[in-house]
Design a binder for this molecule. Sequence first.
Ligand SMILES: NC(=O)c1ccc[n+]([C@@H]2O[C@H](COP(=O)([O-])OP(=O)(O)OC[C@H]3O[C@@H](n4cnc5c(N)ncnc54)[C@H](O)[C@@H]3O)[C@@H](O)[C@H]2O)c1
Length: 263
Amino acid sequence: MEQNVNLDAVKKMFDLTGKVAIVTGGAGALGEALALGLASYGADVVVTGRTVKTLEPVVNKIQGLGRKALAVSCDATKEESVEAMFKTVVDKFGTVDILVTVAGMAKRAPAEDFPIDDWQAVMDANVRGTFLCCKHAGKIFKEKKAGKIITISSVRAFAGHPGGYAAYGVSKGAINLLTKQLSTEWAKYHINVNAIAPCIFWTPLTQEVLDNAELYKIFMSRIPLGRAAVTQDFIGAAVYLASPASDFVTGQVLYVDGGSTAG
Ligand SMILES: NC(=O)c1ccc[n+]([C@@H]2O[C@H](COP(=O)([O-])OP(=O)(O)OC[C@H]3O[C@@H](n4cnc5c(N)ncnc54)[C@H](O)[C@@H]3O)[C@@H](O)[C@H]2O)c1
């Protein structure tokens, strides 16, 4: 059967015009970069975080690109807060099309000494918070039979690491499986669920690695492309996974890692 390529559709493959995106952890380094990236391709963007004030500069930058933007307070670990955030977004924008779950945290310690409260805090922020946001996006996307979810994993989900990642690495491993689980459950509703798994990039989250010469050497030696990522490196992956270009892609973990997991 002959199938013609629809070149008009191809030209608009990465176009997000008219889409409403939510980026959690929008005041963080990656959150801001992804919010601006999606806005650059036409999306209106809601940024969320626990403190609205820290989100305001990001809102101003999105509006500077000519897109609508809104900051909404949301603690991703609290279900009532997540529900209220989605309600606010639907009230203001009428719908949601894209969710990017960037909110997260890291704590490192030797496994044998890992304070259990710290371990739980990482699991709550990274796994519980991601699940709650996906759950409530899923309700909306199920109704409209469309939606794009992008979770944020890490190269630490790929393999163990001697650097004290018994909480963080495990939480990101859980995000990989959550991504696959939701993609299989929700494929029938035409909801795409994929993860971006970054290697290290310099933010407050990774300052302690940058400050530790020995650790810095270990991390750099594991990146074949020879440098840490910069936040801009992740925008292409996010636009791809948010746009029609990835309509037949779901349940995938896209490692944007300079080759770290290639060999
Ligand atoms: N920086 C790296 O090298 C790196 C590498 C791989 C993956 N990641 C992941 O990328 C994501 C963003 O990291 P980043 O480096 O931009 O960190 P960041 O600390 O700059 O941003 C994380 C944001 O999440 C917010 N947050 C934490 N807990 C929250 C909660 N319960 N509710 C709402 N917001 C909450 C923080 O306030 C912060 O604004 C994280 O999931 C992180 O695990 C980062």
